[in-house]
Design a protein around this ligand. Structure first.
Ligand code: GLP
Length: 261
């Protein structure tokens, strides 16, 4: 906390610390991104060969830019990290502009200089995507589970594409996207009609077993779901609410998300 305040020069406030969830509210998106990068940097310093699952979506983009910047200045060593894809649209080729693997590649893998051999795909474009889910699960387990997980919060409380209802033991699988997720993802791809209807997602079981989780939440539109996720009952209707019983969860929210204005 103190370190973040010094580095970012922005106000931050630790709002509540439950046994498992440490919520930190930061002045704005820039401060949130710097604090997220600090969290990440600390995690990989502790474990240079960490197994990491990073989300796409808008919210972590500032954090990734900040990491890329630190990497370009030689401040962080990413050479041994192993990166796992969080989610994928079903049936999209890797070079489809909507591919979440492509997105992760552009914003995370490339700028951080991660070797291709250290990246594990969740392949949505293969003949047997269910088999791809099993292969992915086996790879995560072989790595000993995730050390660091960087997640965004879906407007309906989803994590990755664990759409509501998702129980805490939901495995890696193919899911139908909810109308809410289709609407919210439309902004990335220029209209609802471009958003695929099905996806593969890393399961709740693997995500909740991560050794450390960072949830980044920004903007007034996330206000209500943020409060439901960290203060409401743990329920399949809000998959992110299960983070309340995961270990070592840090939630970074900006004032807008926390206060709703
Ligand atoms: C998408 C992704 C999630 C992401 C979430 C929030 O649907 N599948 O991995 O975290 O929505 O996105 P954003 O950060 O843009 O609000």
């Amino acid at each position: 906390m103190r370190k973040w305040r010094r580095r970012t020069g922005h106000i931050c406030q630790s709002v509540c610390c439950s046994e498992n969830v440490n919520l930190i509210v930061l002045g704005d998106y820039k401060a949130l991104s710097c604090a997220g990068a600090d969290w990440f940097e600390e995690g990989i310093r502790e474990k240079p060969d960490a197994a990491i699952v990073p989300a796409t979506g808008d919210t972590p983009m500032g954090l990734y830019r900040e990491l890329a910047e630190r990497h370009s200045r030689g401040l962080i060593d990413t050479s041994q990290l192993c990166i796992f894809q969080l989610d994928a649209y079903l049936g999209l080729a890797q070079d489809d502009r909507r591919s979440l693997f492509g997105w992760m590649h552009r914003v995370f893998i490339e700028p951080l200089g991660i070797a291709e051999s250290n990246v594990v795909r969740l392949a949505g474009d293969v003949l047997d995507p269910w088999e791809a889910c099993r292969v992915y699960e086996a790879a995560v387990r072989a790595a000993g589970g995730f050390d660091l997980s960087v997640l965004g919060l879906g407007p309906n409380g989803h994590l990755g594409f664990n759409e509501p209802p998702s129980p805490p033991d939901a495995p890696t699988r193919i899911v139908d996207l909810t109308p809410e997720s289709i609407v919210s993802n439309a902004r990335y791809w220029g209209g609802e009609e471009h958003v695929p209807r099905h996806a593969l997602t890393c399961g709740m079981d693997l995500l909740l077993a991560a050794r450390r989780t960072l949830l980044v939440v920004s903007g007034t539109h996330k206000h209500e779901i943020l409060h439901r996720a960290i203060e409401g009952p743990q329920t399949p209707a809000v998959p992110a609410s299960y983070l309340q019983s995961a270990s070592h969860v840090t939630v970074l929210a900006d004032q807008a998300a926390w206060q709703g204005r």
